[in-house]
Write a protein that binds this ligand. Structure first.
Ligand SMILES: NC(=O)c1ccc[n+]([C@@H]2O[C@H](COP(=O)([O-])OP(=O)(O)OC[C@H]3O[C@@H](n4cnc5c(N)ncnc54)[C@H](O)[C@@H]3O)[C@@H](O)[C@H]2O)c1
Ligand SMILES: [Zn+2]
Length: 259
């Protein structure tokens, strides 16, 4: 199916569905300058996430995680939402998109104006004390690291600070996961964007939606998951999703003209 035809098909599904959810991964933020895990080169070849973002490793050697965070701070601080994030916010404000479920921790959906965002893997813009749980902006941890500390600590009790992002090997927050499972189960259409679907249990959401008769629309430049898609929007999300919004608008206008 050509992209134009696939876009028309996806827009038709979205405009006519009673419940549409988006499920996003690192790929949606690649055009904002944050590298994903699977693409070759760059940051993740220097810092293997299975080691540097691993919870057991963090508990033994928190300085490894924080070393990586220092190296990444300019990338994260400079990242701005891209047209794909804005397109999802627009679909929500048009009344078509019920929720965004994201695996990302970069806060870019919220900054683009999405109001209903479920973060499966937490949010990297804050850090919490491992002992007393008090929460601080991530900038406070970064300030300590930039002034020479290898591990930032809590100003109240001296406990080690951790970023509020879920690490590999750490359980997800059950309320967030349960809410997401419900959304996936009842979604008529799931728009899956920029995720390799290799991270569990997040990847089970797509399967759950599909086995409950949901229609899966995937936007990704890689064909790796295309076998799961009823409609494949092959390309970069920052280019494809604004076109999807236009296609939804065109259908809406056509619908009104026929009334
Ligand atoms: N921005 C972030 O917050 C961030 C960044 C890296 C990793 N992570 C975390 O790491 C895990 C990685 O798993 P994942 O499945 O999300 O990512 P992944 O790295 O495993 O897969 C990324 C997917 O995005 C696709 N992609 C690349 N560029 C794209 C673009 N411009 N438009 C659309 N798709 C594009 C790739 O083809 C790939 O299928 C997640 O759990 C996430 O929490 C988060
Ligand atoms: Zn503390």
């Amino acid at each position: 199916m050509e992209l134009d035809e696939a876009l028309r098909k996806a827009a038709d599904l979205i405009v006519n569905a009673s419940s549409v959810v988006a499920f996003t991964g690192a790929g949606i933020s690649v055009e904002s300058g944050i590298p994903d895990f699977r693409s070759s080169g760059g940051l993740w070849s220097k810092y293997d996430p299975e080691v540097y973002c691993n919870y057991s490793v963090f508990k033994q050697k928190p300085e490894l995680f924080w070393k990586m965070a220092v190296d990444m701070q300019s990338t994260m601080a400079e990242a701005q939402p891209n047209p794909a994030h804005y397109a999802l916010a627009e679909l929500e404000s048009m009344g078509y998109l019920k929720h965004v479920i994201t695996q990302n921790v970069d806060n870019l959906h919220q900054r683009a104006g999405s109001n209903k965002v479920r973060e499966l893997h937490g949010n990297g813009s804050t850090a919490s004390c491992m002992v007393c749980r008090s929460k601080v902006p991530i900038s406070e941890a970064m300030d300590q690291l930039n002034s020479g500390k290898s591990v930032p600590v809590c100003s109240r009790c001296g406990g080690v600070l951790r970023m509020d992002a879920i690490l590999f090997g750490e359980p997800l927050q059950s309320s967030v996961m349960e809410g997401s499972l419900r959304l996936a189960m009842f979604a008529e259409v799931m728009l899956v964007i920029g995720t390799s679907l290799v991270v569990s249990p997040a990847n089970s959401l797509v399967q759950l939606c599909k086995s409950n008769q949901g229609t899966i629309v995937i936007c990704d430049p890689s064909p790796a998951n295309s076998h799961l898609a009823h409609v494949m929007l092959r390309g970069n999300a920052g280019e494809v999703l604004p076109r999807l919004v236009q296609a939804c608008k065109a259908l809406r206008t056509k619908g009104k003209a026929q009334m």
